[in-house]
Design a protein around this ligand. Structure first.
Ligand SMILES: [Mg+2]
Length: 252
């Protein structure tokens, strides 16, 4: 029985939305030697690539982007730019219910948070990423929202309201300022059914994430793994926690 390691990105390998710390990146690359490692992020593939870098991605066995709604693997081909080609193994479609956009706009309008920068939702493969502060917010404005949300618990409240209103969809708190929206079941746990159903019977699977408590976007995958005798999930708060974790069993 061998080990398979899964990592979230934002809050687990990096500060949310930022690039990996260079010294941790170096240590992580070394740690990856000879190991089977996958990325499981809410972010789109291009952003993950930008955050963790080509070297780390090339060393993974695959990348589950957009909450596992897209799965990419490296092929052996080298393209003109010298980078390895990545191949889309599968992707899901997000089915839009009526009135979702209108409801999201009204939630933005009703929020008392003072900074709203526009483009409040972004369509990704199989999901939508929604935020009150907006996608054009700078680092300070995002930080401001993060603090506001920690105090007011606004995202938790929004998620509860939306869950009640749209019963074919699921809503989870992801990243530092946003909410991920997707068709029920198309959360991070789908990667077990879609890709690891055989592998989990013959390997130990370990998942590291920062949003494991409900309704965080790592919750369902952590639960699915913990319910299986060969699965385990580890909660961290920061990449520094992850760096420490990698020095101990069953990682080291
Ligand atoms: Mg995270």
């Amino acid at each position: 029985m061998s080990d398979i390691y899964l990592f979230d990105v934002d809050g687990t390998l990096t500060v949310a939305k930022q690039k990996m710390d260079p010294s941790f990146q170096k240590a992580f690359l070394k740690w990856m030697d000879g190991k089977e490692v996958y990325i499981v992020s809410g972010g789109a593939f291009e952003r993950i690539l930008n955050q963790v870098g080509t070297d780390v991605l090339d060393k993974t066995s695959g990348v589950f982007a957009c909450m596992g709604n897209a799965f990419l693997q490296k092929t052996d081909l080298i393209n003109k730019t010298g980078f390895n080609e990545w191949q889309l193994v599968y992707k899901n479609k997000f089915i839009y219910p009526k009135n979702l956009n209108r409801r999201l706009n009204s939630i933005v309008a009703k929020s008392d948070f003072p900074v709203k920068t526009g483009r409040h939702y972004e369509e990704r493969i199989g999901m939508i990423n929604f935020s009150i502060v907006g996608r054009n917010a700078d680092q300070d404005q995002r930080k401001q929202y993060e603090e506001w949300d920690a105090e007011k618990q606004e995202r938790k409240e929004i998620v509860a309201t939306l869950r009640e209103k749209f019963n074919t969809l699921d809503f989870v708190i992801g990243g530092a300022v946003s909410i991920d929206i997707f068709n029920k079941g198309n959360d991070k746990s789908q990667i077990i059914k879609r890709y690891f159903s055989e592998a989990i019977e013959h390997n130990k699977m370990h998942f590291v994430g920062d949003r494991i408590p409900f309704p965080g976007n790592d919750h369902t995958l952590a639960v699915a793994l913990r319910e299986h005798p060969n699965g385990a999930a580890y909660e961290v708060d920061t990449w520094e926690d992850t760096a420490k974790l990698l020095k101990s069993s069953p990682f080291a």
